[in-house]
Design a protein around this ligand. Structure first.
Ligand SMILES: *Cc1c(COP(=O)(O)O)cnc(C)c1O
Length: 225
C-alpha cells in the first residue's frame, strides 16, 4: 500500500463516508502537528481518550484558535470531571450516573451546558459502557440533570472480525438509540464503520484511517492521564 499523508487519508475517508455522517478524527497518541494536518484537510471534530494529553495538545497555538469540536471518548474518572467539562464540547462516554453527576456539577460551576452521549455496552469484550437493560433508566436520570444535554448514544463494536457479531452489536446500539432518542448515534471506527453506517450511525470515530498506525502510548504517565 502506498504511503499516504494525513490529508490524503482524511479526504479519502470523507469521500467514502456519507455526507450526513460526522467524522470524529481520533487523535490519541498523535502529536498536535498531526491534528493540525487533519484540520487543514477539513476535519473539524477531534476525539481524545486522555484528559491531560488532550489539554496539552489543544493548547497548541493553532489548535487553540481553531473552531474545532472536541470529543471526550475515554473512560470518565470522576476526579477528572472538572478538567473534562472544561476541555471538551461533547463527552461521549457517560456510562453511569456517578459520571453524569460529576460532569453536571463541574459544568454548572463553569456556567456551561455540556453535551453528552450515553455509552452503551454492546459487546462482552468491552470493559465499559452501561448495560443495555439499564440504559433507559440512566438516560432518564441524565436528562434530569440541568447542566447536561443528552444528545444520543455511543457504543464500541466488538473486536471480533465476525461480520454477524458486529452487525448484532450495532443493531442493538441502534435499537437503544431509538428508545433513548436524540440526534447522535456514535458507532463505527476504522475497522467497522461501513457496517455502523449501514446500521444507522450518524457519527463515526476514526483514528487509524486518518492518522495511520498509532504510536505507542507516551512513556510518561503524566503526559497522557
Ligand atoms: C481509539 C478509539 C477509536 C479509534 O480507533 P481506530 O480503530 O484507530 O479508528 C474510536 N473510538 C474509541 C472509543 C477509541 O478509544
Amino acid at each position: 500500500m502506498p504511503l499516504q499523508s494525513i490529508a490524503e487519508r482524511y479526504a479519502d475517508l470523507r469521500s467514502r463516508v456519507p455526507a450526513h455522517v460526522c467524522i470524529v478524527a481520533v487523535s490519541k497518541f498523535h502529536p498536535a502537528a498531526s491534528v493540525r494536518e487533519a484540520l487543514e484537510a477539513g476535519a473539524s471534530d477531534f476525539g481524545e481518550n486522555y484528559v491531560q494529553e488532550a489539554r496539552a495538545k489543544f493548547a497548541d497555538p493553532v489548535l487553540a484558535d481553531a473552531p474545532i469540536r472536541k470529543h471526550f471518548i475515554g473512560h470518565i474518572q470522576t476526579n477528572k470531571a472538572k478538567a473534562i467539562a472544561q476541555t471538551f464540547d461533547l463527552v461521549q462516554s457517560v456510562d453511569r450516573l456517578e459520571a453524569g453527576e460529576a460532569l453536571a456539577k463541574a459544568a454548572k460551576q463553569l456556567g456551561k451546558r455540556l453535551s453528552v452521549l450515553l455509552q452503551i455496552n454492546v459487546s462482552p469484550a468491552e470493559r465499559f459502557g452501561c448495560p443495555p437493560a439499564q440504559a433507559e433508566r440512566l438516560a432518564e436520570a441524565l436528562r434530569a440533570l440541568d447542566s447536561l444535554n443528552l444528545e444520543g448514544v455511543m457504543a464500541i463494536g466488538p473486536i471480533a472480525r465476525e461480520r454477524g457479531e458486529i452487525a448484532r452489536s450495532f443493531t442493538l446500539a441502534a435499537d437503544m438509540f431509538g428508545r433513548i432518542g436524540g440526534t447522535t448515534l456514535s458507532i463505527g471506527m476504522t475497522g467497522d464503520w461501513p457496517q455502523a453506517v449501514e446500521a444507522g450511525s450518524t457519527m463515526i470515530r476514526a483514528g487509524t484511517a486518518i492518522f495511520g498506525p498509532r504510536p505507542a502510548r507516551p512513556a510518561s504517565k503524566n503526559a497522557v492521564m
